[in-house]
Design a protein around this ligand. Structure first.
Ligand SMILES: [Ca+2]
Ligand SMILES: [Ca+2]
Length: 216
């Protein structure tokens, strides 16, 4: 009996090890810091944005950025500056010509992954040549292009529900070149990823440099 339980224990360790071997830590590739100008206080109504390093979740070894070069649409198809394509072009530099500016107010951008995919994490770089925080950031995934049915919210810092997507308890963050990695509590199968925002601590514009979706 004792031998059998020892053997079972050894088997369990072996299974756990082979499982662990197929996992990897998810670390973002990020561009050099490009902070410019005189820093301005980062303040949002009623909220204190946090500046913290990204978590390093374990994900299956075949998980990669499946948003690269995928089609992007938005609530406003005519950006003030730049092109929606910049959001999935793989370039995370902060220079002019690398970010797209979408008009003020609550707006969204949406990535079509091309097919239903198992999503483990989403990363976003809004803007990083100035320390600022974005307001009412809500990130959702769904198989419904219109985001009416089967919607999973993976991040929400809209504490007063002004976006009317439900009240969120996530903390807004101060943007840096390292971006923001948001791991899902459990992987979700979905084809579309939508990111809302309503301006930032400096101006009313909704900027994006890059969005990555880690899945398979
Ligand atoms: Ca880009
Ligand atoms: Ca709000």
């Amino acid at each position: 009996m004792k031998k059998a339980s020892v053997l079972l224990g050894v088997l369990a360790v072996a299974v756990a090890q082979s499982f662990a071997a197929d996992m990897k830590p998810l670390k973002l590739d990020f561009p050099p810091s490009q902070l410019e100008g005189t820093p301005v206080p980062v303040k949002l109504a009623g909220l204190t944005p946090v500046e913290e390093s990204n978590p390093v979740p374990m994900v299956p070894a075949d998980v990669k950025n499946i948003a690269l070069k995928k089609a992007v649409t938005a609530s406003d198809d005519f950006p003030l500056e730049g092109e929606l394509e910049y959001i999935t072009d793989g370039n995370k530099a902060a220079n002019q010509g690398c970010y797209v500016d979408i008009t003020g107010g609550l707006q969204w951008v949406q990535i079509d992954l091309g097919k239903e995919s198992e999503i483990f994490a989403v990363a976003v770089w809004h803007f990083h040549s100035q320390k600022r925080a974005y307001n009412d950031v809500v990130i959702q995934v769904s198989n419904d292009k219109e985001f009416k049915n089967g919607v999973t919210t993976i991040y929400n810092n809209d504490h007063d529900n002004s976006a009317k997507l439900g009240k969120g308890t996530d903390k807004p963050w101060i943007e840096t070149n390292e971006g923001k990695l948001i791991p899902l509590k459990a992987p979700v199968k979905a084809q579309y990823v939508r990111l809302y925002s309503d301006g930032n601590s400096t101006n009313e514009v909704n900027s994006y440099i890059e969005v990555e979706v880690f899945g398979r």
